[in-house]
Design a protein around this ligand. Sequence first.
Ligand code: SF4
Ligand code: SF4
Length: 358
Amino acid sequence: MAEETKVGGPSAKTRLRRRLRFLRTRARELKMIGKALVSTKHPILVHIIPMRQCNLACTYCNEFDDFSKPVPLEEMKKRLDTLADMGTSIITISGGEPLMHPDLDEVIRHMRRRGMIAGLITNGFYLNKERIERLNEAGLEHLQISIDNVVPDEVSKKSLKTLDGRLVMLSQCAVFQVNINSVLGSGVKDPEDALKIARRAVELGFTSTVGIIHDNNGQLKPLGPRELEIFEEVMALGKRSFSRFNEFQHNVARGREHNWRCRSGSRYLYICEDGLVHWCSQQRGYPGIPLAQYTPEMRDREYSTKKFCAPRCTVSCVQQVGILDNWRDPQNLNPMPMTPPATPQAELVQIGEVRGDS
Ligand code: SF4
Ligand code: SF4
């Protein structure tokens, strides 16, 4: 078992700031749900990449490099303004490792200024008390760290052992909500790790989720009996929050296809560091259109486009967004034929076992 740092609780001032931010964020989330139910014409959730470079190199990940430069602040602001003008409700900053971006605080501030809910996915390695306070001040509302194992190995250094001290700092200093994601399934050496990680998250006052990994062929593969028990226990742990709308995962865990309508390209957008719109992190390359040229008609079309990968999808955030529209508007269009890009781009990639969830 990894060594766990003993915890002194947050100060009274931090508890009060945390409570106020939680209530404010929850009110904005309820408003977001109401707006999404009334109209299908705006994106609910956008993932945006300000930095492809990462300080780690998890062997399963194809969402990072070790050389690319940060997207300049003014360009990030332009993209955020475009998304705000579309009526976007939530933006989650992802990577690479976003904490390596020199202007991340100002990016978060700009999101809040434009009225959007601000989230961040990070591997957590750059967190310290001063950095957490800067994120508090910038107005961050959600932060997620994905932890792969209890002790680091050749696959991933994102372990409880390497991160526990930083989790303690978060529990003492963060006024934003923190979610810890653990993983089960193909390639995970010891499934008991997921339970230990989730229990530690709850002990520190965080929410906890679990992701399920495909097998090497990108196929749904049922979890074994002990993995299933762990899965159910982790799902039951922790506090209720909007990030816990993961009921589809009971199907994924049992290797069953699930019936839902993926609204990526419309209600959910993935914006890469080059400013192009993609279906999601697992299906990059399509539609591959610059955000500034992505019209309401294109979003409408994607809303009604059936996604071939939906029955076997494990991308939980897009499925959570889908809940708001699954009950309406069947999808009857096929993806548009791809036009050759003016400049070479990544091919459409469907990723099975690969995760890039920081
Ligand atoms: S992988 Fe999942 S989220 Fe991505 S486009 Fe396919 S169905 Fe949608
Ligand atoms: S999974 Fe996250 S931390 Fe690991 S290499 Fe990919 S982007 Fe970096």
